[in-house]
Design a protein around this ligand. Structure first.
Ligand code: COA
Length: 386
């Protein structure tokens, strides 16, 4: 089929693809009107209260609740896949110390693919195994890169621990307290999927060309980086730290809005009400701030939230997950530029689920652009140009 290069009248241009559906999916429902988020039909509020990240990943990938034996088997598979080879550690040691950790993760995932003998095996079984390997390795890659950056010895994974607890242990070299491990586990549950968001779409576009699963994850990580997407958690925390004191918060917001600036961690393409993930993390951030004696920053967040919601009520702007996840990670003592990589540690589960689902009925993604440039330029040889 030839591309339509001439269009009589200007077509409707869907910049941002706001209302475009690219597939049917049974993975995740974002109910932006009621403020509900469901994974395979289960409400994330129930999962955050009763489940674990590992079980949530099982639900996302398999579409059902595991039996006790299936969950134990899945946990074991993630744990066994957590180790990274010496060649990967060597690569991480070569990365510049000032490279953004999300870029290091993107590079490492690309490199790791070269050691997976099943990389180019397109069968569903191989892709499920690759998904387990990716989900297992992301936390180790992020924690190991951070240890190296800090000039510390990497800490090997401990397969007897859950993903969240072990990540914090590999990062700090110490067993985390129960609350910290629980909070991170909940944060991972809440970030695991969010339907056809920008990074899931980037993964889907790569998948639609029948590139391998690792390549689709590299595309997704690259897309997650931006401050309009996963990078918003880092930007939101930086805003809170810049405000510093509760008494500065309201005027900061009013000034920013007066100058048509954005407050990161607010607004959403789908939610036109409170993001349920933000509400859950807000409670944990409050608990952590009381325990850590850092209530000032939480009060800053509350005043920013109240001011934005009050000032932008007509635009239906509410805090999104990134507003409180940034604060939560900060209160867990995690460096700011690891926030987006932690998002990826969780979201790799949703990305792989979406890609595997898309491949069940693949179609190359190939939209059009509307050409508005010249059509009759004459080529002038270089020695005849003025
Ligand atoms: N702060 C201030 N104003 C905001 C805002 C924010 N965080 N988010 C949206 N708005 C305003 C816009 O300025 C725009 O106002 P206008 O109609 O007067 O021009 C209106 O609300 C609609 O915003 P728009 O950016 O067009 O909506 P969108 O659906 O394209 O944007 C986001 C969604 C997420 C890109 C946007 O809300 C944003 O940039 N938020 C900050 C980044 C962020 O937190 N991203 C994480 C998302 S989970």
């Amino acid at each position: 089929m030839t591309e339509k290069t001439t269009v009589e009248s200007k077509p409707k241009i869907d910049k941002g693809l706001d209302d475009v559906y690219v597939k049917e999916s049974s993975i995740c429902l974002v109910d932006g009107v009621r403020g509900r988020l469901l994974y395979r039909g289960w409400d994330i509020r129930d999962l955050a209260e009763h489940s674990s990240f590992e079980e949530t990943v099982y639900i996302l990938i398999h579409g059902r609740l595991p039996t006790r034996a299936e969950l134990a088997e899945a946990k074991q598979a993630f744990a066994e896949n957590r180790a990274i080879g010496p060649e990967v550690v060597k690569l991480l040691r070569c990365m510049p110390k000032d490279a953004p950790p999300i870029d290091v993760l993107r590079t490492a995932v690309s490199y790791v693919s070269n050691f997976d003998k099943e990389r180019d095996d397109p069968t569903r079984g191989a892709n499920m195994r690759k998904a387990q390997r990716l989900i297992g390795k992301f936390p180790t890659l992020v924690a190991t890169a951070q240890r190296i950056r800090e000039g510390k010895r990497p800490v090997a994974p401990d397969p007897s621990r859950g993903i969240a607890e072990d990540f914090l242990r590999m990062l700090t070299g110490k067993k985390p307290d129960r609350l910290s491990a629980k909070v991170l586990d909940v944060a991972l549950i809440l970030h695991a999927d969010h339907s056809m968001n920008a990074s899931a779409f980037a993964a889907t576009v790569a998948a639609s060309t029948l590139a391998d699963l690792y390549s689709t994850m590299v595309a997704a990580i690259a897309t997650l980086k931006g401050p309009l997407h996963g990078g918003a958690n880092e930007a939101a925390l930086k805003t809170m730290l810049a405000i510093g004191k509760p008494e500065n918060a309201e005027s900061y917001v009013l000034n920013t809005l007066r100058n048509h600036g954005k407050i990161f961690g607010f607004g959403h393409r789908v939610y036109k009400t409170w993001d349920p993930r933000a509400l859950i993390l807000r409670d944990y951030a409050r608990q952590l701030s009381e325990l850590r004696g850092q209530q000032d920053l939480f009060h800053v967040a509350e005043i920013v939230q109240d001011t934005v919601v009050r000032e932008l009520s007509a635009k239906q702007i509410y805090p999104n997950v990134d507003f409180y996840s940034g604060l939560t990670y900060h209160l867990l003592g995690i460096p700011t530029d690891l926030f987006t990589p932690i998002f990826a540690i969780s979201r790799v589960s949703g990305w792989t689920a979406h890609v595997i689902e898309y491949w069940e009925d693949n179609r190359l993604v190939r939209p059009l652009d509307y050409y508005v440039g010249p059509t009759d330029n004459v080529y002038v040889p270089i020695d005849q140009r003025a």
